[in-house]
Design a protein around this ligand. Sequence first.
Ligand code: ATP
Length: 308
Amino acid sequence: MDTAQDAAIAVRGLVKAYGSHDALRGVDLLVPYGRICALLGPNGAGKTTTVEILEGFRQRDGGAVTVLGTDPAHAGAEHRARVGIVLQSTGVEPYLSVAETLAMYAGFYPHPREVDEVLALVGLTESRDRRVRQLSGGQQRRLDVGVAIVGDPELLFLDEPTTGFDPSARREAWDVIHELRALGRTILLTTHYMDEAENLADQVVVIAGGRIVAEGTADTIGSRNRRAVEVRFSCAASTEPPANLAARRDGHDGWTLRPTDLTRDLHVLTGWAISAGVELENLRIERPTLEDVYLHLTGASADALEEE
Ligand code: ATP
């Protein structure tokens, strides 16, 4: 079991209110060193509030927080140099070149990375001499990541790192994040994209109504791996699968069944189809997606909050 000592981020009983609104109602979170943690949650769930407290930009009302072993509420410049932050929009100087921008930020840190190394990591080597204002949105975002990692931080906060990216720019950004992890860095990111969490995160955390409602890997969160699978298929509208399979009609010629024993039920189904000369079109086995589980978790949490 990971303990607070092993963790790059350790949060216990974190609470924060804005006036009478309880934005965080007791958040517990451990992110071990070297992991990528994705924080998911609907608008207003408390993601930004949590992350800004961890970054030291916002004061908490209660609870214990350590980031790289330090309480961010009382951290100094030395701690801040160990942490990189990519906000949703950063205001870098538009008339500097890409390389000049990185060199300028490198000057703020005691042990910066080489500018060329950062350019290569974020895929901007070719654009090193271009003015920042001439970059595309995706390139600017990569420069934001470059600015955040030029100080060689041990921990990186990424707030919705690929919002607005085209599909290939997203893949490239994911590659950068994977490379940083391979270098042993810890990353906490917020996202609204389930595929991003699936692709990147070792640890997925769902927050809703100011509380963590589920935590696990993308495969196991919300008992996703244990949730019922469904078998779907279509066959000629005049035919009916064996009654003991308890298949439900799903549209004109579609059927869905919840197998009690997947292997046996598939055997019964395909055996029936072969002997009756029925074509099972689109036969597929479906598990709940991460999005299905997420919607279920956050919907259940919204119902619970309403009851409170
Ligand atoms: P989003 O996905 O929309 O960015 P979020 O999960 O990051 O949402 P937060 O920004 O942390 O959510 O907001 C949590 C709650 O606290 C929301 O109800 C929000 O309206 C409220 N809130 C956030 N910042 C403030 C503030 N400065 N003053 C008052 N209320 C705030």
